[in-house]
Design a protein around this ligand. Structure first.
Ligand SMILES: Cc1cc2nc3c(=O)[nH]c(=O)nc-3n(C[C@H](O)[C@H](O)[C@H](O)COP(=O)(O)O)c2cc1C
Length: 362
């Protein structure tokens, strides 16, 4: 069994290779870190590009002239973008601000992330003077193969399940730069919801183009707005969308209800489906001073990986057992979910011995 020390050893090995700095064991004055930090650190260490130069970076947070495990943990927080809190993003292109206004209403209403598509070569007023048959926009719209370059492409859409995609209608269609965007990422498992503004044209031709351009997991029917559309009209549309609300796992233990986020794994989806059909009761046995583990009535699809668990983690073990962790362990598991709770509170609720857990989803 590896515990935190093994993560530290990995850190030493990884950074030892670069030879960029000295590492020492935990000093007494190291900043406090949590099981989540350790997990984050491990995630970071397994994903950091080998050629990332960290030389001269000011990550000696404890000020001891060395980089230690706590510094590495804090460095990870500084280097990696925070995982999106909301799995929805509003992406839009807007040359004269009309679509941007609708996008802003959506962002306010949903709390979603946002990304504005901007052209590497910006569209000047002359470029969009569509009364002039040879203006840039008209030339682009006349050639379905044109893919205008995007100025600063968003690095990744991972972590976003739902993408609102906004654009103006140009000659009845989406501007070609929207095609550039669509062809740059994988939408095969995402929900995409187009919206547009126009002088009068509808959205349907662009919706068909989008559907035919790239594989999209679930493309919802979009909406055309007038430039003058109100926030209320955007809200009514948003409220009418058949968007799935995120399911939560409910564990009732010793009369207390615990709510868990479901993990992004096939096993977690299968678990949710099964519990939707029928809630179950599972006897969990105390094991090892760090977990309660019990047999599920069925097997779920394993996607095991080596995981440093933290308090609140719910894992699938060997495909047919569920473990609820109140402390750390490193082993091969498939993530099922996570209860956002302190270790102390969870330990109190779970108690010392074996315990029966009622499980359902809502
Ligand atoms: C090149 C070009 C072509 C356009 N073609 C159409 C069109 O076919 N139908 C329409 O209703 N509006 C058309 N418009 C008007 C825009 O769709 C409308 O002004 C839109 O709200 C602009 O959005 P934006 O401010 O986000 O760029 C066109 C505008 C431009 C610049």
């Amino acid at each position: 069994m590896k515990r935190f020390t093994s993560v530290l050893v990995s850190a030493l090995m990884l950074f030892g290779i670069s030879g960029a700095f000295t590492v020492q064991a935990d000093p007494a004055d190291a900043p406090a870190f949590t099981a989540d930090d350790v997990r984050n650190l491990q995630d970071y260490l397994t994903t950091v590009p080998a050629d990332l130069s960290l030389k001269d970076k000011p990550y000696d947070f404890s000020g001891d002239k060395c980089w230690n495990a706590a510094d590495l943990t804090l460095m990870k927080r500084g280097l990696l973008p925070e995982a999106p809190q909301n799995n929805t993003i509003v992406v839009y292109f807007s040359r004269t601000g009309n679509t941007e206004k609708i996008a802003e209403y959506l962002i306010e209403l949903t709390g979603a992330g946002s990304y504005e598509i901007e052209a590497a070569v910006p569209y000047s007023d002359a470029d969009i003077a569509y009364g002039n048959s040879s203006c840039r926009a008209n030339q682009e719209q006349n050639d379905k193969t044109v893919r205008p370059e995007i100025a600063e492409p968003i690095a990744s859409l991972d972590g976003y399940d739902t993408v609102f995609l906004g654009y103006p209608i140009w000659w009845g269609e989406e501007p070609r730069i929207i095609d550039t965007f669509l062809e740059s990422y994988d939408f095969s498992e995402k929900t995409v919801i187009p919206f547009c503004t126009s002088a009068s044209s509808g959205i349907s031709v662009s919706e068909k183009n989008i559907a035919e351009l790239v594989p999209i997991g679930n493309q919802l029917t979009g909406r055309r707005f007038a430039a003058s559309a109100s926030k209320d009209s955007v809200k009514s549309w948003y409220d009418s969308l058949p968007l799935e609300t995120e399911q939560k796992l409910i564990l009732t233990v010793n009369g207390q209800e615990l709510t868990a986020e479901l993990a992004d794994s096939t096993a977690a989806k299968e678990l949710a489906e099964k519990l939707k059909a029928e809630p179950i009761s599972v006897m969990l046995n105390e094991y090892g001073g760090f977990e309660k583990v019990g047999k599920l009535p069925w097997s779920l699809t394993k996607s095991d990986e080596s995981i440093v668990t933290g308090a609140g983690d719910i894992m699938l073990y060997q495909g047919n057992q569920m473990t609820v962790f109140y402390d750390s362990n490193t082993w091969s598991y498939t993530r099922l979910g996570h209860i956002n709770i302190t270790q102390e509170a969870l330990k109190n609720i779970l108690g010392d011995g074996n315990v029966t857990v009622e499980m359902s989803v809502k």
